[in-house]
Write a protein that binds this ligand. Structure first.
Ligand SMILES: O=C(O)C(=O)C[C@]1(C(=O)O)C=C[C@@H](O)C=C1
Length: 305
């Protein structure tokens, strides 16, 4: 099993990949951008990819979502949620720092600290926190915002710990594969979808949400992304609690298929979350669905009941 991940070595992505059960015995190859990781999966050069998708403070990693919404189909087979603790890594004391570099998400998560403590420093974007740290070690910039383990790996002293504006910030990473059957249901799963609605139709999004709500499907995230066709053309990226194998999820997917211009299934996978699973409401369990199906069969005279 071979994984590609957003590198270089020392990124938060690599730290999260080490926690993924499916990657325990896998080889892991760092790549320099998210599209490179996903294209290596699409081309079959690796078995799987691992990339960030969402941060609790800064929101979506749009490159990842746009690749999943619009590129050749891929599916998500797993997720890891990792606390992201940032440090200021530099050989210089904070008052001597003129330039600071990091990944745009890490810069956004430390915006308050940087404005308060380094108001005159020029901020530069890097491809990842680890690349920023390496460029500081190489003398290109004065300071990097990165993980404590990254600073240590490149031999940079830490000038300030825990500089994130929100100390409980987490980033969610996804394990991505070519279209394949999902892992077995665990009772606490997410199904990701992209729905393309008919344009200029009153209530189109409400109709999508209704198909989910009446089957007791809970949304943990909804995101609209431009399709690129024209202004006002959006696709909706949905994370729903439940698994493709659940009767209510199957019914909801069929409902969406009937009313949407297109539906892209992006995988069902175990949720990395300590919260209790969202239970199906009364009358929407798999048992309730099979009971109702048996009843209908009996009315039609087609069942065994
Ligand atoms: O630069 C890294 O270390 C990454 O793994 C990328 C990334 C991101 O894209 O959000 C991951 C976690 C942090 O939120 C900041 C950066």
């Amino acid at each position: 099993m071979e994984f590609a991940y957003l590198g270089p070595r020392g990124t938060f992505t690599e730290a999260a990949l080490r926690r993924l059960p499916a990657a325990k015995t896998a080889t892991a190859t760092p790549m320099s951008s998210i599209p490179e990781v996903l294209d290596a999966v699409r081309r079959g050069e690796v078995d799987a990819g691992f990339v960030p998708i969402e941060n609790s403070q800064e929101g979506t990693v749009t490159v990842t979502v746009d690749e999943l919404v619009g590129g050749d189909p891929l599916v998500i087979a797993g997720e890891i949620v990792l606390p992201v603790t940032m440090v200021l890594a530099s050989h210089k004391a904070p008052d001597a720092i003129a330039t600071v570099a990091s990944h745009p998400h890490a810069l956004a998560q430390t915006r308050g600290y940087l404005r308060r403590e380094l108001p005159n420093a020029v901020v530069h974007q890097a491809l990842s926190t680890a690349q920023a740290a390496q460029r500081v070690a190489d003398g290109e910039f004065d300071a990097a915002v990165c993980a404590p383990f990254t600073a240590e790996a490149v031999g940079l002293p830490v000038q300030a710990f825990n500089i994130g504006d929100n100390p409980s910030a987490v980033t969610r990473f996804v394990h991505v594969v070519r279209p394949a059957a999902p892992p077995e249901p665990t009772g606490n799963d997410i199904t990701s979808l992209v729905v393309y609605i008919e344009h200029d139709q009153v209530g189109a999004l409400l109709n999508v949400l209704t198909e989910l709500a009446i089957r007791g499907i809970n949304l943990t995230r909804i995101e609209s992304r431009p399709t690129g066709e024209a202004l006002g053309r959006y696709a909706f990226f949905l994370d729903c609690t439940g698994h493709l194998a659940d009767a209510r999820m199957g019914e909801a997917l069929m409902g969406l298929r009937r009313i949407c211009a297109d539906v892209r299934y992006l995988g069902s996978y175990p949720r990395d979350n300590a919260d209790r699973p969202v239970q199906p409401p009364q009358g929407l369990s798999d048992a309730a669905f099979s009971d109702a199906a048996a009843w209908l069969d009996s009315l039609r005279g087609t069942g065994n009941a």
